[in-house]
Design a protein around this ligand. Structure first.
Ligand code: ADP
Length: 255
């Protein structure tokens, strides 16, 4: 069972690539039901932080935990099994597949039961496939793309693919959703829609970690903001705290 209501905690996380300290002692707490913004200049360690949480990289120092339970080391699939889902800076989409199929992939990630059902040739997989398809249609409706379910994914605009990726991540019913610059390339209207969607997801109890350059979106929808600089936490607090933080304003927000 998932510890649904436990926060995701990072304490003293360090990750070096050779001589480069990509993250250098990061502490972070993402709470269920909250939107947590992660901002900072290019190269400050934001994407690396997401990669560490997802299990793509093992940190050399520090602890990660869901509540009191340490996150097991290793594979991204295991993190997905714990309910940690993500999207990428550049959407990772199978162009020749339909939009619906791309979203359904998110449902099969958790499907260890269908894995064994297939091996044992039980009649279950078809029923599960139908359920996954129904859920994928709901996920597409949630992001406003139900009308494009049967379209080939490579016919979609870049901005639409960002929403397809979010729909795929929602298939996990994630306890934590990590978004890497979801507003990049979106119109003002699409950003408003994205913001409303992220807040609705958080209201369902999901903890959202939002890496984003779009400062208005961060300050509009976040409950908490952490600012990274040179792989370290420069500031952490409410949007109001961060907006009035002297070093943040001079180092990053550029007033
Ligand atoms: P941000 O997302 O804030 O722009 P990143 O997390 O991508 O920053 O990068 C932080 C630092 O780590 C940068 O100096 C970057 O060059 C370095 N870095 C990130 N990934 C790698 C990698 N796979 N190999 C070597 N250096 C990396």
């Amino acid at each position: 069972a998932r510890p649904e209501a436990a926060p995701l905690n990072l304490a003293g996380i360090e990750l070096r690539f050779g001589g480069v300290r990509a993250i250098d002692g990061v502490d972070l707490e993402v709470r269920p039901g909250q939107v947590h913004g992660l901002i900072g200049p290019n190269g400050s360690g934001k994407t690396t932080t997401l990669n560490v949480i997802c299990g793509y990289y093992e940190p050399q120092q520090g602890r990660m935990a869901l509540g009191a339970a340490p996150l097991p080391a290793g594979m991204p699939q295991k993190r997905a099994g714990l309910g940690i889902a993500r999207t990428f800076q550049t959407p990772r989409i199978i162009g020749e597949a339909t939009v619906l199929q791309n979203v359904m992939v998110g449902g099969s990630i958790q499907g260890s039961s269908s894995f064994f059902a297939t091996l044992l040739a039980l009649p279950r997989p078809r029923a599960e496939e139908k359920t996954i398809e129904a859920q994928a249609r709901l996920a597409l409706a949630a992001v406003g793309l139900e009308g494009l379910a049967e379209a080939r994914a490579d016919r979609l605009q870049h901005s639409e693919l960002r929403f397809v990726e979010i729909a795929r991540a929602l298939m996990l019913r994630p306890a934590f959703l990590l978004l890497d610059e979801p507003a990049a390339g979106l119109s003002a209207e699409e950003i408003r829609r994205l913001g409303a969607l992220i807040q609705a997801v958080a209201r369902q109890g999901t903890g959202v970690l939002l890496v984003e350059h779009h400062a208005d979106l961060i300050f509009d929808i976040c409950d908490h903001v952490t600012v990274l600089n040179l792989g370290r936490v420069l500031a952490s607090g409410t949007p109001a705290d961060i907006r009035s933080h002297k070093e943040v304003v001079s180092a990053y927000l550029g007033a």
